[in-house]
Design a protein around this ligand. Structure first.
Ligand code: PMT
Length: 403
């Protein structure tokens, strides 16, 4: 199960201009498979109407403590009973203050006081309000009461000022929720990984590269964060947004990738090589653009270092995971790479399935044998691969047959 799929989320929208972002958040949550029930305060309804939230969530919207649509007239009790979380986004300074003092004079505050599920708030307010000692005190009390706080962010505000207090963007809130509901199986682990292609320059405008999009590696980086890990992603040139919670180091060539990996490696528990690293690079890089002469030309290539093999060959290596992209004989070559590089796990895929697209078909090879996974999106496969890694990292007595 993906961490959001099948979750019941009560999303409370209070009266701040960031309420317009809550509509997009509902859309993203529903797309991720959540069952969203919106509680809209009087202030929230001044910015976005209930009709919008009802249309996007597919569920009735709740605003009134005395709403007679709930058979027992107790929306403040029933809404939270089978919920996985109440998320208040945006949460105004006022609602935060009322929550920490246990006020219960409307549906939202009564619901929060009567809840038996986690409460998460995503503050949104002007920077002076956020920095006011009263708000600082109230947010500290929220933490003390076990409430989770997502954000806020800093940047340009609706009032035209710049500073801390912006609500996190809907995508970032979704990512934080995924981590919140994640398995936590990699909590406390540091993961260093590579993704994307490398670009080996021939001259200032030309080079040798490949068609890796980085999608598999970026999905895996995000899945590691969702499972609680700290992630450093050394990425070749790709056109993908940085997954929330991931620290990215951007590189071009295999030599730069190697240097960035070894810089990030101290303290790493896991190293995952997803990058399609060029095996060779031009022996020389021309300083100026090579001019057409009409003659044939010869390019001399020299081998690149094998980053994964070097990391796995360290005296105390991290748990090393390799990928193998083959065009045939997957079992033979992938298992050969695992043994040759002394890796704990190899994820094998055929290039025709893995390169470029959103989906993939992989087989996992480890000391216990071969484990084919059902074809799926790279995002779904990443979650399963991380789960497998987490299982293999358990003490041997706790490992089940299929990880
Ligand atoms: O980026 P996408 O479009 O989503 O595609 C994903 C993928 C197909 C690139 C990915 O799933 C994958 O298979 N990556 C490995 C690509 C590959 O060809 O690896 P390899 O067989 O050349 O190398 C085996 C392993 O050694 C890999 O983990 C690789 O990162 C590592 N390696 C290889 C050469 C080198 N010089 N240094 C390395 O670290």
């Amino acid at each position: 199960m993906k961490s959001i799929q099948g979750r019941k989320i009560v999303l409370a929208v209070t009266g701040g201009v960031a309420a317009y972002k809550a509509a997009e958040l509902v859309r993203l949550l529903v797309k991720a498979g959540a069952n969203v029930h919106v509680v809209l305060t009087e202030g929230g309804a001044r910015f976005v109407t209930a009709v919008t939230f009802q249309a996007l969530s597919g569920n009735p919207v709740w605003s009134d403590l005395w709403d007679a649509r709930m058979a027992n007239n107790m929306a403040h009790i029933d809404l939270s009973r089978d919920a996985d979380a109440i998320l208040i986004a945006p949460a105004t300074a006022d609602v935060i203050a009322r929550l920490v003092h246990g006020l219960a004079d409307d549906l939202l505050t009564t619901l929060c006081l009567a809840r038996d599920c986690p409460l998460i708030v995503a503050p949104a307010m002007n920077r002076q309000m956020w920095e006011h000692p009263a708000t600082r005190r109230n947010v500290a009390l929220l933490h003390q009461d076990g409430v989770t706080v997502f954000g806020p962010d800093s940047g340009e505000q609706a009032c035209g000022e710049v500073g801390m207090g912006r609500m996190l963007e809907p995508e970032a809130l979704l990512a934080q929720l995924e981590t919140f509901f994640g398995s936590g199986r990699m909590r406390g682990r540091k993961v260093v990984m590579t993704a994307g292609p490398t670009f080996e320059a021939i001259d200032p405008v030309r080079g040798i590269t490949n068609t890796s999009s980085g999608k598999m590696g970026y999905a895996l980086a995000r899945a590691c964060v969702v499972a609680g890990a700290e992630v450093v992603l050394v990425s070749g040139p790709v056109a993908l947004p940085l997954p929330d919670g991931v620290r990215r180091v951007e590189v071009q060539s295999a030599l730069q990738m190697r240097e960035a990996v070894f810089e990030a490696l101290p303290g790493a528990d896991v190293f995952i090589g997803v990058a399609a690293v060029a095996d060779y690079r031009p022996a020389d890089q021309a300083e100026h653009k090579i001019k057409k002469s009409g003659e044939s030309m010869t390019l001399t290539l020299v081998p690149n270092p094998d980053i994964l093999a070097e990391v796995a060959g360290l005296p105390n290596p991290p748990f090393c995971v390799g990928f193998a992209a083959e065009s045939r004989d997957l079992d033979k070559y992938a298992e050969g790479k695992r043994q040759g590089k002394r890796l704990r796990l190899v994820v094998g895929n055929l290039v025709q399935h893995g390169l470029g697209g959103d989906d993939n078909q992989v087989v996992l090879y480890d000391d216990h044998g071969r484990h084919p996974l059902a074809p799926a999106s790279k995002v779904e496969l990443a979650a399963r691969i991380v789960d497998h890694i987490a299982s293999l990292m358990l003490p041997p007595s706790q490992i089940t047959q299929n990880g």
